[in-house]
Design a protein around this ligand. Structure first.
Ligand SMILES: [Zn+2]
Length: 166
């Protein structure tokens, strides 16, 4: 009698139709705009990240969500004045809301919904709502980014006396 033993090697499972290969996405979850202490318009920031090949960005301004009406005054410095001219040239009078008050240029910032609508591209570029919760405890600065936040966050986050948001 001859006994034959067969040993089968289990093949490594190949990627099925329902399994996608893993992929890295490039993004930034911490950056600031004119909504707090940054020095650029949200649309300009998002366009820069898109051009540089990022897949997602969260504008995490200090203690603020980009909601409601906010106007900023463009600084007198030539650098900021030129940046505003470039912004106006790039996005046009139909998009940019601005006025002159006592010789100073004032610009209305776009809300999260507005700049997301302009920048997002389905499957290519995602804009995530975010806020950098900024507070102070004794001599220590406390900064914590809340990314993709839901609207029912505690209201005490906006009651600190040390907010750096302008
Ligand atoms: Zn920050």
């Amino acid at each position: 009698m001859v006994l034959i033993v067969l040993v089968a090697c289990k093949e490594r499972k190949s990627i099925g139709e329902n399994e996608r290969p893993q992929k890295w996405f490039k993004g930034n979850l911490h950056t600031h705009s004119y909504w707090s202490d940054g020095d650029e318009f949200p649309e300009v920031i998002l366009d820069w990240y898109k051009t540089e090949g990022y897949n997602f960005v969260a504008l995490s301004d200090h203690n603020t969500l980009a909601e409601g009406e906010k106007w900023i005054t463009i600084k007198e410095n030539e650098l900021y004045q030129n940046a505003f001219k470039t912004y106006l040239d790039t996005y046009g009078e139909d998009w940019v809301v601005h006025k002159s008050d006592s010789g100073k240029t004032m610009v209305k910032l776009k809300t999260f919904e507005e700049y997301r609508g302009l920048a997002e591209e389905n499957g290519k570029f995602l804009v995530i709502e975010s806020e950098e919760i900024t507070d102070k405890f004794e001599d220590h600065h406390l900064h914590m980014n809340a990314t993709n936040i839901q609207k029912n966050r505690p209201s005490r986050w906006h009651q600190c006396g040390q907010c750096t948001a302008k």
